[in-house]
Design a protein around this ligand. Structure first.
Ligand code: ACO
Ligand code: OAA
Length: 376
């Protein structure tokens, strides 16, 4: 007989990883041993991708080569190009993009090859393609065209350029770059676990990433950033309406998106940075509304329920201030997390064993089969 399951696998150690580590009590996060507080604002997203996928921080020459390879792979193949206009008319962005990510494998020159070398190339391509895919998807659904990438800009700057149609200010590009670094990896979160389960059957990289996209979409995971923005926009009376909204919502036993975390029992260290970035953008844009509402909401939720904001909470106002449409917030999360997912797939397959836990049977036993015509 199986043991009682840990509900939601809480506290179960499901894999070994050298990619990231969390101290939930102290509110600390590390990528390959580097404290997120040391990386945020200091390394570019490209350096962070290299760190996760290749195992070390790159030196100048390595980074230049890697950046050039990423830029060379910012293209979509003919199958995705053909399907984009059709898929862009359907469902939500995450549903459409999940399907399109799956289609990327049709044009991948390494399709059918899951060797470590092929996986490394696929991992780089997926990180390079994802921002272009989101921008092209957005253009297809709005009937606009995407500006050519600017060779002077990195992944973050080019994404803002392609989504807003305007060259971002230097500070805005750096702020978004920092957001991508902050979201890159996070131990055994639901989407990463999904990717590893798929990878552990020795399936292919694109299958694992497609599954991860599906898991990220839900509002209990990456979908929360979009939900936070919608919540802020739904509150009447701006800052003055926040307290009543929070008390009413929590009083009714409902959740407020962007708060709480399975692992952090204190402030999520990424929220510390995102709060500062939100405040800075409130100043730059001259629009403090969503930052001030967020501060108030944070204070009241803490007072009433003792919960802290997670990564999705201040990411919402930051992305809004950067001019990103609300329904693309979760795709933006995927642009960043692609680096972690792909690295986890490679790590899983480098030392693989099928992931197949047990279950506790709670149904009836001793049932007797009855012919179909005699069943009540
Ligand atoms: C990138 C990310 O994935 S970060 C997380 C993004 N998700 C969200 O922001 C959604 C809102 N938050 C939540 O739903 C949860 O905090 C999760 C899903 C993140 C973590 O879930 P779990 O560890 O399973 O905690 P669980 O949902 O059981 O919550 C424990 C208690 O705190 C309460 N709680 C947790 N989060 C919240 C919240 N955001 N609002 C109100 N109450 C909450 C629960 O109602 C529960 O209370 P109870 O013991 O009185 O019933
Ligand atoms: O770790 C988790 O459960 C969710 C999270 O914060 C993330 O994926 O960044």
């Amino acid at each position: 007989m199986a043991d009682k399951p840990a509900r939601g696998l809480a506290d179960v150690v499901a894999a070994s990883t050298a990619l990231s580590d969390i101290d939930g009590k102290a509110g600390r996060l590390f990528y390959r041993g580097y404290d997120i507080h040391d990386l945020a604002g200091r390394v570019s997203f490209e350096e962070c991708v290299y760190l996760l996928q290749r195992g070390k921080l790159p030196n100048r020459a390595e980074l230049d080569r890697f950046t050039a390879e990423l830029a060379a792979n910012r293209v979509l193949g003919k199958t995705v190009e053909a399907l984009l206009p059709l898929v862009a008319q359907s469902g939500t962005p995450m549903e459409a993009l999940r399907s399109l990510v799956s289609v990327l494998s049709a044009d991948d020159p390494d399709a059918g090859d899951s060797s470590p070398e092929a996986n490394e190339r696929k991992a780089l391509r997926l990180v390079a393609q994802m921002p272009v895919l989101v921008a092209r998807y957005h253009a297809a659904r709005t009937g606009t065209t995407v500006p050519e990438p600017d060779p002077e800009l990195g992944i973050a700057g080019n994404f803002l350029l392609q989504i807003t149609g305007k060259r971002p200010g230097e500070r805005e590009a750096r702020i978004f770059d920092e957001c991508l670094v902050l979201h890159a990896d996070h131990t055994m979160n639901a989407s990463t676990f999904t990717a590893r389960v798929i990878a552990a059957t020795l399936s292919d990289m694109h299958s694992a990433i497609t599954g991860a996209m599906g898991a990220l979409r839900g509002p209990l995971h990456g979908g929360a950033n979009e939900a936070v923005m919608k919540t802020l926009q739904s509150i009447e009376g701006g800052v003055d309406g926040v307290e009543a909204f929070v008390r009413e919502t929590l009083g009714a036993g409902k959740k407020i998106m962007g708060f709480g975390h399975r692992v952090y029992k204190t402030e999520d260290p990424r929220a510390t940075h995102l709060r500062k970035l939100s405040e800075e953008l409130a100043e730059i844009t001259g629009n403090r509304l969503y930052y001030d509402m967020s501060r108030k909401m944070e204070q009241v939720v803490k007072e009433v329920k003792g919960l802290y904001p997670n990564v999705d909470f201040y990411a919402a106002s930051v992305y809004h201030y950067l001019g990103i449409p609300t329904d693309l917030f979760t795709p933006v999360f995927a642009i960043s997390r692609m680096s972690g997912w792909t690295a986890h797939v490679m790590e899983q397959q480098a030392d693989n064993r099928l992931i197949r836990p047990d279950s506790e049977y709670i149904g009836p036993r001793g049932q007797k089969w009855v012919p179909i015509d005699e069943r009540p």
